[in-house]
Design a protein around this ligand. Structure first.
Ligand code: ZN
Length: 417
């Protein structure tokens, strides 16, 4: 997929040979582009970011010079107006001047990776189109994985599996991948699906023999076998259709290894085989749920007993019983449960607090009593410098620490009617 820049430019050496990674060229210009030093050459094998494929990196060397004259090319971009290829370089650029002869070296490993991803994308897109008529509307190559966007409402797991299988069969067949040039009319007659809007006379076409023909300016392998493999990953719904993530070649191996190591680690935790991990996880989640239910039942029983006891020993105010209690080791959930139990029968006011990892306060009263718990809580948290609130009968708030959670209760009790 690459619809911009499919015109033929003789100074772009990768147009006719994607495997050329060393070349000689002369410096044409040196400029500053957004804080970078950009070198323009009279010819270059460096690929500039365009059409979904990311840039090459590498080096510019001054022939005959020592190591110091090796200048790193950290990024390559295309000036869309002038069509110049801009080589963004790191330190050492002051040795370069218009006319300087340089030797360019493209990072061959990075280039090979990009060829595997891009050629893999052509094969995968053609597989989706042949099998289901899903058209690829965009391609993105990332550092970790690549994506294509398919125009369509949904892609099923079965369709993904079938497209992956067909693409890998085409890879196994090791079909030639060839660069062809044609006029837009010729390309149309050959059945090229998307003819890019261009005033140029010649288009660059990438053909996967008897499988796919596409206008593209990217770098590609010589035969599908060099793609190695295609591994489809997750899908996601996007505005223009469905985004399919994939990795090719050595990235596919790296990704599969990472998956395997992750699963192996998870399997070791459960002392099981990696294929049994999902059912072990489900089993553990079920066990956690039952344990939580059992714990909740027990806490209810504890709260019932505690409420009963607390009401028996509570101080008698004229209209209600007053319970004031700090729990160093309970949590907010327990306080709320206990406050409900203390105030649902008879007439009582409960001022409760806890320490622990989240020191909290709960104030509650039997509905109908004259106090306003929400207002009392607001007043309390204001003094503590925290947050909280509630309604007339039940309120909760936070305390900065255990000691203030305990001390705040006495002050709140003295403010009650
Ligand atoms: Zn392409």
């Amino acid at each position: 997929m690459l619809l911009s820049g499919v015109i033929i430019l003789i100074d772009r050496l990768y147009y006719t040979d994607s495997f050329l990674t060393e070349f000689e060229a002369r410096v044409v210009a040196i400029s500053r582009e957004a804080g970078n030093i950009a070198v323009t050459l009279d010819r270059s094998a460096f690929y500039p970011t365009s059409g979904g494929q990311v840039f090459d990196t590498g080096w510019l060397e001054l022939p005959g010079a020592g190591d110091l004259q090796r200048i790193r090319v950290k990024e390559v971009a295309e000036n869309e107006q002038t069509e110049d290829v801009l080589h963004m370089v790191e330190a050492g650029a002051d040795a370069l001047h218009p006319g300087t002869l340089v030797r360019g070296t493209v990072d061959a490993e990075r280039r090979r990776d990009h060829m595997q991803q891009h050629s893999g994308q052509h094969v995968l897109s053609a597989a989706f189109e042949k099998l289901y008529g899903f058209l690829t509307v965009s391609f993105h190559m990332g550092d970790e994985s690549c994506t294509i966007d398919l125009a369509g409402v949904a892609v099923t797991a079965k369709q993904l599996e079938s497209a992956e299988k067909l693409a890998n069969e085409v890879i196994t067949e090791d079909r030639p991948v060839e660069i062809r040039f044609a006029t837009p009319d010729e390309a149309r007659a050959m059945g090229v699906r998307k003819i890019p809007p261009t005033e140029r006379e010649q288009l660059r076409l990438i053909e996967v023999r008897d499988f796919d023909l596409n206008a593209c300016g990217g770098t590609h392998v010589r035969s599908t076998g060099q793609i190695g493999a295609i591994l489809l990953r997750k899908t996601e719904k996007v505005k223009q259709g469905v985004r399919v993530e994939f990795v090719c070649g050595l990235r596919a191996v790296r990704t599969a290894r990472h998956d395997f190591e992750t699963l192996t680690e998870a399997a070791a935790v459960f002392s099981t085989h990696i294929w049994e991990v999902p059912q072990q996880v489900r089993k553990s989640l079920d066990e956690i749920k039952s344990a939580q239910k059992a714990q909740h039942r027990l806490l209810e029983e504890v709260a019932d007993l505690q409420a009963e006891h607390m009401l028996q020993v509570a101080a008698d105010r004229s209209e209600y019983k007053l319970v004031v209690q700090f729990f160093p080791d309970r949590d907010l959930g327990f306080l709320k449960m206990l406050a409900q139990k203390l105030t649902r029968n008879g007439k009582a006011v409960a001022l409760l607090s806890c320490g622990g990892s989240q020191p909290s306060l709960v104030f509650g009263q039997t509905p109908g009593l004259a106090n306003d718990m929400g207002a009392l809580m607001k007043q309390t948290v204001q003094q503590l410098g925290t947050r909280g609130g509630g309604n007339r009968d039940m309120a909760q708030g936070a305390a900065p620490d255990s000691t203030s959670a305990e001390q705040a209760l006495l002050q709140a009790a003295s403010a009650l009617a």
